[in-house]
Design a protein around this ligand. Structure first.
Ligand code: SF4
Ligand code: MG
Length: 338
């Protein structure tokens, strides 16, 4: 089965001068149909940049300097969305890919009823839709995201923050996307609200048949909702595997540290260790592994040779890691083995 989205060797630079900062340094990601792919990493690792670049919504001074983003339609047509014309892009963006970002709820227009704003999204997506039909659909979409249909005539200020963020999700679903990017969509909300929204998204994805790229700094959320998890560090993916493999046996030392930084939602408590140090300055990245300065397992080779994302020497199905420890299984430190 053809993956719905394939990101290949994506590069993004920031800056107009001749000394730009490389914020995405060759990202490869595959999203299968119907799957929830989680992307986790500390702030500044390039997660949001990845979402905006892959949807071609990257604001200046961000610039895509290389790579491909293939999107496969439900009818099997495969296109590189980085190479669509502006006209093609306008229609494709609204037809296939939608994005809900952190704080999206603040972009609702305060002077219009939420039903009208969803109805406008519906008519933009399907011109010629009757007004009454669009409003009815808006009410249905509100129900889908857990808001009573009679709130369709409410103004944004009459809804709680959690409800407004759900309205934004309803608007994204109005576009009948194949791929829904969610960039920290629930970060501003309390834990109970986050949990409810996440459960709804996973349920809707099954009912409506879209795929999700879910971006967060909180890897413990992903363990709950994602099928697969990709861990980002310094503008690249350093590990990707099934959610349970990443959770139970993270292979990359950074993934290991990140999992140790959040309390697990279920199961035995782990000691929260955190990761000493801070991410490298991307403008002055030394050669070799970008995690070398913080890595408890650093070796000589790590400071000269940049590790590439590849299957591990253990040959675990579906797992890829960018770390020299995994070139030879004998090197695995006890904490990362098992
Ligand atoms: Fe640590 Fe070396 Fe692996 Fe980088 S390549 S994560 S420095 S062991
Ligand atoms: Mg971000």
């Amino acid at each position: 089965d053809q993956p719905v989205l394939e990101i290949r060797d994506l590069h993004v630079d920031y800056g107009f001068d001749d000394d730009p900062t490389h914020v995405l340094r060759g990202v490869d990601l595959t999203l299968h149909r119907g799957e929830v792919l989680g992307i986790a990493g500390e702030s500044g690792c390039g997660k949001s940049t990845l979402a905006y670049a892959a949807t071609r919504l990257l604001p200046p001074p961000g610039l895509i300097t290389g790579g491909e983003v293939f999107l496969t339609d439900r009818d099997g047509t495969r296109r590189d969305i980085l190479r669509l014309s502006d006209a093609e892009l306008r229609s494709a963006r609204w037809r296939d890919v939608a994005i809900v970002f952190q704080g999206a709820m603040n972009s609702l227009n305060p002077v219009y009823r939420v039903g009208r704003q969803i109805a406008d999204a519906i008519t933009a997506h399907r011109p010629g839709t009757r007004r009454k039909e669009a409003w009815d659909r808006a009410a249905e979409l509100l129900e889908l995201v857990g808001i009573s249909a009679d709130r369709v005539r409410d103004y944004p200020h009459q809804l709680s923050g959690g409800m407004r963020q759900r309205v934004m999700i309803a608007m994204a679903l109005a576009l009948e996307p194949q791929v829904l990017f969610m960039d920290e969509p629930t970060t501003a909300l309390d834990v109970v609200m986050q949990r409810q929204i996440l459960e709804q998204i996973t349920e809707l994805r099954e009912r409506l048949g879209f795929s999700v790229v879910f971006i967060t700094h909180d890897v413990s959320l992903l363990v709950e909702i994602a099928d697969r998890i990709a861990i980002m560090y310094a503008g690249e993916i350093v590990e990707q595997a099934s959610a349970s493999d990443v959770y139970r046996r993270p292979r990359h030392p950074y993934a290991h540290g990140l999992l140790g930084s959040f309390p697990p939602l279920h199961g035995p408590r782990r000691e929260l260790t955190g990761i000493p140090g801070s991410p490298p300055d991307l403008a002055t990245l030394p050669p070799g592994c970008p995690f070398a300065q913080r890595c408890p397992h650093v070796m000589d080779v790590c400071r000269v040779e940049r590790p590439v994302l590849a299957p591990t020497a253990l040959g675990e199905p579906g797992r890829q890691v960018a770390c020299h420890l995994h070139d030879q299984p004998g090197h695995l430190p006890v904490t990362l083995a098992g």
